[in-house]
Design a protein around this ligand. Structure first.
Ligand code: HEM
Length: 148
């Protein structure tokens, strides 16, 4: 093979983006959990998400009385379960997992937006980001208040 082509293939196999994130070639046999980076990265995504939640004008007021240690643990567990990481989610089912009046659509959008930022901050690939957001979006009917 021509030396230039060899060099091109070698560099294309490991691309470091401008944001410093490393994207590895897709391994289709790996779970979404593993592709995200496993337990430590899931925990870091949840921590970044919670930092955003605390300053989000649409969300912060709903969590004034929440035990954040337990909440964090359940979010990590739920994300691990939903991404095929082999965890068992031990919290309440989503329709019961909220206090006070029903969740509004704008709050649900804010949740997804904050989660998207947390995924970006943890170098999730575009495919992985879309998969996580798709999983969360599919929970909308269980969480958002129905007007009829
Ligand atoms: C896909 C999106 C969402 C997921 C995966 C999710 C997940 C969870 C989980 C795992 C809990 C913990 C249950 C517990 O502590 O017993 C919880 C509680 C809660 N969620 Fe959600 N949630 C979502 C969307 C929302 C939205 C948009 C709101 C809007 C404000 C919301 C408000 C709450 C509240 C107020 C609680 C109760 C916290 C407490 O116990 O004090 N959730 N949610």
């Amino acid at each position: 093979m021509h030396l230039f082509l060899k060099y091109w293939f070698a560099s294309a196999s490991l691309i470091v983006g401008l944001n410093g994130c490393t994207s590895l070639p897709a391994h289709h046999e790996k779970s979404l959990y593993d592709r995200l980076g496993g337990g430590p990265v899931i925990a870091s995504i949840v921590d970044d998400f919670l930092r955003q939640l605390h300053t989000d004008p649409l969300l912060q007021s709903s969590f004034g009385h929440t035990d954040m240690t337990k909440f964090r643990q359940l979010l990590i567990q739920q994300l691990c379960y939903a991404t095929d990481g082999g965890c068992i989610y031990q919290g309440p089912a989503m329709p019961d997992a909220r206090a006070g009046p029903g969740v509004q659509p704008a709050q649900f959008n804010a949740w997804l937006h904050d989660m998207a930022s947390a995924l970006d901050a943890n170098c999730a690939g575009l495919r992985e980001k879309n998969e996580v957001l798709g999983i969360l979006f599919a929970m909308e009917y269980q969480i958002v208040a129905k007007t009829d």
